[in-house]
Write a protein that binds this ligand. Structure first.
Ligand SMILES: [Zn+2]
Length: 257
């Protein structure tokens, strides 16, 4: 496994930060930024037009980026060091879980450390973001969450040969992937790399979510445990989400607003 750690450039960082501060984005996505940066005033921000809000956030975040350069650089070094202690095991574990050689996908990845507490990924560039202030433990969880997405989609594409655009929000294939990261990590050796008392591997609102009369993750675990192989689990988890899509989306919408 080769994961290159570096600082995320400010323009890319602010682009995605602002993406979540558009007028029609639910509070669940908007608020983490304001929680992490008390310098930003949420009430004030949402009295502004979108354009003025973007200018206000950009200006503040650029000052923050400037002032915290040293802190961010030392976070990059620390995360890299922590990661190097377990990176040798990653390829073998994913290869065992997926029953496929994962080297090709795992040998060229980038972790971009930046200011955004919401961590996006870029599938076409094999890169994902990490928040510089996250704890060592949160960072390992984020990395495993993201790597699981990359490996999942790599083989999904190989098996089903569909359109990469469907792997993004708000498509169902994207939603399935956000759910299965919990199931795959929690029920494989990957959990040993973090800790079994880890609360959230996927979005927090999935935990405790009842779908069709049963806890979402209980159903997913059952499907995972009886899989013949990972392709089989991809089909069964997708089928389940498709059948319950209406209820799933209604509950997500209620949780995000
Ligand atoms: Zn995710």
């Amino acid at each position: 496994m080769y994961l290159k750690w570096q600082r995320k450039n400010f323009e890319d960082d602010i682009d995605f930060i602002l993406f979540h501060q558009q007028d029609d984005i639910p509070a669940w996505w908007r608020k983490p930024l304001f929680k992490q940066y008390p310098e930003l005033n949420y009430e004030y921000c949402y009295k502004l037009t979108q354009q003025d809000r973007f200018e206000y956030i950009r200006k503040k975040m650029s000052e923050i980026a400037e002032n915290r350069k040293t802190e961010i650089d030392s976070a990059v070094k620390k995360f890299e060091q922590n990661w190097s202690a377990i990176s040798d095991r990653i390829n073998d574990i994913y290869t065992a879980v997926f029953c496929e050689n994962c080297e090709i996908i795992l040998n060229d990845m980038q972790a971009l450390v930046g200011l955004n507490p919401v961590c996006p990924r870029n599938l076409s560039e094999n890169s994902f973001s990490v928040y510089y202030k996250d704890s060592d433990r949160d960072v390992i969880e984020t990395v495993l969450h993201e790597i699981t997405h990359f490996v999942w989609f790599y083989f999904w594409q190989k098996y089903f040969n569909d359109d990469y655009e469907e792997y993004d929000h708000p498509h169902l294939k994207w939603l399935v992937s956000e759910i299965v990261v919990e199931t795959i990590i929690r029920n494989s050796e990957l959990i040993d790399l973090i800790s079994s008392d880890t609360k959230y591997i996927a979005y927090s609102y999935f935990y405790g979510m009842g779908i069709n009369g049963e806890q979402l993750f209980d159903t997913m675990k059952k499907l995972f445990m009886k899989r013949k192989n990972m392709k089989d689990f991809m089909l069964s988890s997708y089928k389940y989400c498709k059948e319950n899509e209406k209820e799933l989306r209604e509950k997500i919408q209620a949780a995000e607003n």
